[in-house]
Design a protein around this ligand. Structure first.
Ligand code: CTP
Length: 403
């Protein structure tokens, strides 16, 4: 049930840390790979050697290790995980998470992550009942941290009550349920376009645009995380291929259209690519030379196929839900509404791509969801979060109207 899932396990300083080698073993038995971060107080209860041997990986413990930062980096530790699991989650670590502190590797990774976080609290019953802890737990739950346990029982301190860490098997089962419940779009097929297109002038030169592919790739990944079989057709970008997604690399708009048509049928199509509207009429076979004293000949352009419009108007294989983007620098909503009608798609995600807002190269996006029912303004979010929200909205729609 946890096949191919990558768990980043954060072990904090509580007596329950002695159970974590068993937890690592249970997770790995189910197919997960486990990488451990051990806090300095966690290392008082379980040794890095034990966790390293059981996880068959090195154990990370020091934020300021130049070697670690060079080889892996704290951001990559989170990037290379599907979920973060904090076990045991001590009262102290939970308080730091609630406050957004980042004073060691564990807390820094927890603050820098965009992955789901699950936490298995473990502490003395008085600490558990303390209003400060309860407020922190509510704060974390409201931010989406999933709490596992704790259980009631005898404690190492001799008291009895709430605060015992859930058993490794319970934690493992919760993780299995967590990943299974997230597959709201299992059985659906999705097609996503991303990145710019390159329109060739001659074998050396091309016309392109500034799209980074970050938004399209994040959408493909989010849909895949909800269980869709996803094909991502992308122009040239610096983005890594999202794991579990079938990626088709193309350059020109015409190649992108051909790859999209080959990927049909699909239930969902999201056109996030910044497709060039025009291409050079006749691409030169040889490099265009600069003739001394002459002016360059004007480039003759012809219109490219519109991929979004083509998919929206495909007869038998039209995806059930076709979503386009509207990249605008002015009159964002008005232009997006007319694009919705003109292209024949079901939803438009409108965004302002004026250079002063920095949407194209940046990590964040402020978008508006335009449908026949109206306009929804989303707050400024990371592109990853826009991808997640969109995937959730798509899942809501399929659950209510597509059956
Ligand atoms: N699109 C497409 N194929 C094209 C042009 C655009 O699939 N040849 C898609 C984009 O992926 C996006 C939507 O159409 O989902 C709108 O793209 P945008 O660049 O905002 O608009 P254009 O259609 O190019 O219109 P304009 O340049 O006039 O704003």
């Amino acid at each position: 049930m946890l096949a191919n899932k990558r768990i980043l396990l954060i072990v904090a300083g509580g007596i329950a840390a002695y159970k974590t080698p068993d937890l690592v073993r249970r997770l790995r038995e189910r197919g997960a790979t486990v990488r451990c971060i051990l806090t300095s107080s966690g290392a008082q209860f379980v040794s890095p050697l034990t966790l390293g041997a059981i996880s068959e990986d090195r154990v990370y413990d020091n934020l300021l290790s130049l070697t670690d930062e060079y080889e892996m980096g704290h951001i990559n530790l989170s990037r290379q995980a599907d979920a973060l699991l904090v076990a045991p989650a001590t009262a102290n670590l939970l308080a730091k998470m609630a406050q957004g502190l980042a004073d060691d590797l564990a807390t820094t990774v927890l603050l820098a992550t965009d992955k789901p976080v699950l936490a298995a609290p473990a502490m003395n019953v008085q600490m558990w009942n303390h209003p400060a802890t309860q407020v922190n737990l509510n704060t974390l739950a409201s931010r989406g941290v999933k709490l596992i346990g704790p259980n009631e029982g005898d404690m190492a301190c001799g008291e009895y009550g709430m605060g015992r860490m859930s058993e490794p098997l319970e934690i493992t089962t919760t993780l299995e349920d967590f990943f299974a419940a997230n597959k709201r779009l299992a059985g659906r097929r999705a097609l996503v376009t991303s990145g710019p297109t390159y329109e060739p002038i001659d074998p050396i030169r091309y016309i392109a645009n500034r799209s980074s592919g970050k938004q399209g790739h994040a959408i493909a990944r989010a849909l895949s995380n909800l269980g869709t079989k996803t094909t991502l057709v992308t122009g040239p970008t610096q983005q890594p291929d999202p794991p579990g997604v079938q990626v088709v690399h193309v350059e020109s708009a015409r190649q992108m259209l051909a790859a999209c048509e080959a990927a049909l049928p699909a239930d969902i199509a999201v056109c996030a690519a910044a497709v060039a509207d025009w291409r050079i009429d006749t691409e030169a076979n040889q490099k265009l030379k600069k003739e001394a004293g002459s002016h360059p000949s004007p480039l003759v352009m012809v219109e490219n196929p519109d991929i979004l419009q083509t998919l929206s108007n495909t007869k038998t294989t039209r995806p059930g839900l076709v979503i386009g983007f509207a990249a605008e620098t002015q009159n964002v909503i008005v232009n997006a509404k007319s694009k919705l009608a003109q292209k024949g798609c079901d939803w438009i995600i409108a965004n302002n791509v004026s250079s002063e807002i920095g949407t194209f190269a940046g990590e964040a996006n402020t978008v508006h969801l335009v449908t026949s029912e109206g306009v929804e303004d989303w707050p400024r979010l990371s592109k990853v979060e826009v991808g997640r929200r969109l995937a959730d909205r798509i899942a809501d729609t399929f659950e209510t109207s597509h059956g």
